[in-house]
Design a protein around this ligand. Sequence first.
Ligand code: NAP
Length: 269
Amino acid sequence: MEVKVVLLTGGSSGIGAATAHLLASNGMKVYCGSRRGTIDQPQEGIVPLQLDVNDSAGTEALVKKIVEAEGRLDAVVCCAGNGIYGPVEGTLEQEVRDQFETTYFGAFKSIQACLPVFRKQGFGRIITVTSVMAVLQLPFQAFYASAKAALLSLSQSLSMELRGTGIQCCSILPGDVATGFTAARRLTKAGADENSPYKERMEKNLKKIEHDELHGMEATVIAGSILKQLKKKNMDVRVVPRFDYKMISLLVRILPVKFVLFMLSSLYN
Ligand SMILES: NC(=O)c1ccc[n+]([C@@H]2O[C@H](COP(=O)([O-])OP(=O)(O)OC[C@H]3O[C@@H](n4cnc5c(N)ncnc54)[C@H](OP(=O)(O)O)[C@@H]3O)[C@@H](O)[C@H]2O)c1
C-alpha cells in the first residue's frame, strides 16, 4: 500500500511545515495540525487544522474526521514539540510535566488515536520526530532529552508489538535544525534565576546551543528523511539525518559513556 493520507502534528512551522510541503508536493494529502492551525504558505494537498496534541478528545475527533472524509489514514507524523532549558536543581515538577505533556504524551496520544484505524486497514506508518538528544544528552536540557529518549523508547517497543500487523514505526533523530524551536524554547524558573549558581555556565551554554541551532540544517533535510521513510516498503526503525550526526550518534554508542560525557561537557560548559 502507498501512503496517500497523512496526519501531521506540529505543522505550523519548522520541520512540520517543511514536511507538509514536501509530502503534498509528492501527491499526499496532509492534514496538518497545530495550535495555531495555520501553515506558512498555503498549498494544494495541505489542510491546516487546529489541534492541540494535549487534547486527546480533539485528536481522536480529528482522526475520525479524516477517515470519514478520505476513507483512510495511512500515516501519522508526530512533529509537535518544544524545549525547556534550565538546571535539574530547582526545576519545578510542573515544568517537567509540561515538557513531557507535549513532547511525549502528545505524540503518544496521537499514535494511540491512529492505531485502531491502522489495525483495521492492516496498514499504517508511524513517524516520531525525536532528536539526537534522545541518545546524546546535554547539560541544562535534561528534561527535553529525557522526553525525547522516552519517545524513542516508545517507538522502538511499539515497532515490536506491531510485528505482523502491517503497521511500522520509525523515529527520526534530527541534530541542529534552524527553525522556530530556538525562539520557542522556554527558560525554567531556575533557568531564569539571576542568582543561580549555574548562571554563567547556563548563559554560555545557551549561546552555543542557539548559535548551533540557528546555523543548523534546513528543515527540508529532515522533511526529506521523513518522505524517504514513508515511501519505503520497510521503514528503518531509527534514522539520524545527515552524515556528521549519524557518525556522532554511532560514536556515542560505541565509546565509553564516561568519555562521551567528558567530551560533551568540555564542549558545552
Ligand atoms: N530545531 C531543532 O534543532 C530540532 C532538533 C531535534 C528535534 N527537533 C524536534 O522537531 C520537532 C519540530 O520542531 P521544530 O524544530 O520544527 O520547531 P518549531 O518550528 O518550533 O515547530 C514546533 C511545532 O510544534 C507545534 N506545537 C507545539 N506544541 C503543540 C501542541 N501542544 N499541539 C500541537 N502542536 C504543537 C508548533 O505549532 P503551534 O505553536 O502552532 O502549536 C509548531 O508547529 C519538535 O518535536 C522538536 O523537538 C527539533
